[in-house]
Design a protein around this ligand. Structure first.
Ligand SMILES: Cc1cc2nc3c(=O)[nH]c(=O)nc-3n(C[C@H](O)[C@H](O)[C@H](O)COP(=O)(O)OP(=O)(O)OC[C@H]3O[C@@H](n4cnc5c(N)ncnc54)[C@H](O)[C@@H]3O)c2cc1C
Length: 345
């Protein structure tokens, strides 16, 4: 038998494409996944104490697209959830993204939103052109808040100073003048009621879909007959690193079960300045699980390991563009019945 599609990777990209092609086009699919489980980085599981945890860091579902929300709703019910994060700064726990309460708590003030706007305007540094992550923050909230909230966190997370990173890194974190404590403001925010893995299982439960776990594509590519291929792994690896490696940041996760029902004052606490870890997550806030114990996860950024975050620097985007151009060539010209990969990152 020849598979219509060989899908490499059972994460969100691979699973959604497999489901669509199987259910909408009646295609026969084989997914190969090198890990021991489906779900990619969104995989969750019950730990030895019976607590649902996210193996690769906290994953919160948020989107402004009704289409995406409705699509996934075929495979899961939802638990309403709005994510909140506190930052431990100067010994105080304050909301992040920075908002009215953050500033009033930090400086013992009682500003209103209008006064906070004036405060930001008075401390912001004027920048001729915004190039780096440092530029974007100091031009909005000034140097002191940049030092307290962003500089050291970014250094830990990326192993680089914000002045060495593209503006995109900190541009994602908004600054608010109201009291909105939510981390995300998307229209649809929720958590899969029974976890992500169960959602993936339902998505892949189709007679046209076969899944091979513990299988690295590079070990089986010649032995599996297929017409088209969808590759969702790292693009530089696919092209044998011919333009060099795309630098990624990775994470080490340390899990601790604590003998108390609740341990943290919020789902996530960030530590911009203290300790080696960047943040601690308490999963029960996310999952809503009731349990006598709770599980905490500490994240330690590092330079080796699974590729999680592409390092955003101009030279890396240039390298990525070269790989993307190879990708497009394959898409445009095809390869006559044999492998026709396209990276979905
Ligand atoms: C710590 C962390 C927190 C995150 N939090 C959020 C969040 O809160 N909300 C959110 O929307 N997004 C979040 N993300 C991003 C989210 O994880 C990704 O957007 C999503 O997982 C991408 O799905 P994917 O299928 O493209 O990749 P992946 O999930 O990485 O799946 C790719 C799969 O391909 C497999 N693979 C790779 N190479 C091969 C090979 N040669 N052979 C076989 N299999 C292979 C891998 O093992 C992997 O399982 C977070 C990411 C991280 C790292």
């Amino acid at each position: 038998m020849i598979f219509d599609y060989l899908v490499v990777g059972a994460g969100l990209a691979g699973s959604v494409l497999a489901e669509r092609l199987a259910s909408q086009r009646n295609k026969k699919i084989l997914i190969v996944e090198k890990r021991t489980h489906i779900g990619g980085n969104a995989y969750d599981h019950y730990n030895n104490d019976g607590i649902l945890v996210h193996k690769y860091g906290p994953h919160i579902f948020h989107t402004n697209s009704l289409q995406v929300f409705e699509y996934l709703s075929q495979f899961t019910e939802w638990r309403p959830y709005q994510h909140r994060v506190l930052a431990n700064v100067d010994g105080q726990l304050v909301p992040i993204p920075i908002n009215l309460d953050t500033i009033n708590t930090l400086y013992g003030m009682n500003l209103n939103s209008f006064q906070l706007e004036q405060f930001f305007a008075s401390v912001a540094e004027r920048k001729e052109c915004i190039r780096t992550s440092e530029d974007i923050v100091v031009s909005k909230v000034g140097r002191e808040l940049y030092e307290k909230f962003f500089r050291n966190y970014t250094r830990k997370q990326w192993g680089l100073d914000p002045s060495e990173l593209d503006a995109t890194v900190t541009a994602r974190v908004p600054t608010r003048t109201n009291q909105d404590h939510r981390y995300f403001t998307d229209k649809y925010q929720a958590m899969p009621l029974y976890g992500y893995t169960q959602m993936f299982e339902k998505m892949l439960r189709h007679e046209n879909i076969n899944v091979m776990l513990n299988t690295d594509y590079y070990e089986v590519e010649r032995s599996i007959p297929y017409r088209e291929m969808i590759y969702t792994g790292p693009i530089d690896e696919y092209f044998d690193f011919r333009f060099g490696r795309l630098p990624y940041r990775s994470l080490e996760f340390e899990f601790k079960t604590v003998n108390t029902p609740v341990a943290l004052p919020a789902p996530v606490v960030n530590y911009p300045n203290d300790y080696e870890y960047t943040r601690v997550t308490e999963f029960k806030y996310l999952t809503g699980q009731e349990h006598a114990k709770t599980s905490l996860m500490y994240e330690y950024p590092c330079g080796v390991g699974d590729p999680y975050y592409p390092v955003p620097r101009p030279e890396n985007s240039e390298r990525y563009k070269k790989y993307k151009a190879c990708d497009l060539q394959i898409l445009q010209h095809g390869s006559g019945g044999s492998a026709s990969p396209y990276g979905v990152q």
